[in-house]
Design a protein around this ligand. Sequence first.
Ligand code: ATP
Ligand code: MG
Length: 242
Amino acid sequence: MAKKKGAALLEISDLDVSYGKAPVVIGASLVVHEGEFHAILGRNGAGKSTMLHAVSGLIAKRGGRVRFDGKDITSSSPEKIVELGLIQVLEGHRIFPSLSLQDNLDVAAYPIRRRGKRVDYERIYRLFPELAAKRNDPASSLSGGQQQILAVGQGILAEPRLLILDEPSGGLAPIVVDRILDVAAQLAHEGAAIILVEQLVEKALRRADTACVMDTGRIVHQGTAEEMASSSVVREIYLGHG
Ligand SMILES: Nc1ncnc2c1ncn2[C@@H]1O[C@H](COP(=O)(O)OP(=O)(O)OP(=O)(O)O)[C@@H](O)[C@H]1O
Ligand SMILES: [Mg+2]
């Protein structure tokens, strides 16, 4: 799908991240624009999640810079980064087990309500009927998969300017995965940026505009989703990895 490119929203430059002395992300540079759906591919342990956690301010960076909407967020706190509209969906991160599902959505939408904006909860329930059926039940009664969907719903309700989805498919039925990825594509269509890490390469590239491949901490390949779909680098990495 040819789309007009917006302004650069996330700019990662020469990012280095280490666990102790072990470098895990090495000199990563990536730009994602408003309205762009970017897929990050790469085998297990390549450093994808580590890079994104560093971008979200959840782990320290050893070197490099990160800019969001023109602002330097290299040293910003995770709270500050979320406030700017960079939302990373993390498994169970903002789910309060004793609160009802609706109250959990309410918590996620608090920053939006605080700004006096109306929150479209029904949109989430329309997208994910499995949540609608349980809206008054405590989150602790949800299955693992339902909690995962709730976390995605929370991310959407926060009105992200950039939504990061790190392997949202894990443990979910294919039809639910499709719905999540379609919603992500819709958000990109509406002008948000999406970063999706996904092992289901075909599903990811079908919706993405652009993609990159990480291998042992480095971004080794970048291009349009079409280019990546026919790339030998991508084929090599996923050969025998399902
Ligand atoms: N908390 C941690 N402490 C030490 N090493 C870690 C930690 N988390 C991850 N690592 C290591 O860092 C490397 C990158 O891991 P990371 O989780 O970023 O990879 P990934 O590309 O997201 O993999 P996956 O596809 O399995 O999610 C791996 O070698 C991993 O073992
Ligand atoms: Mg990961």
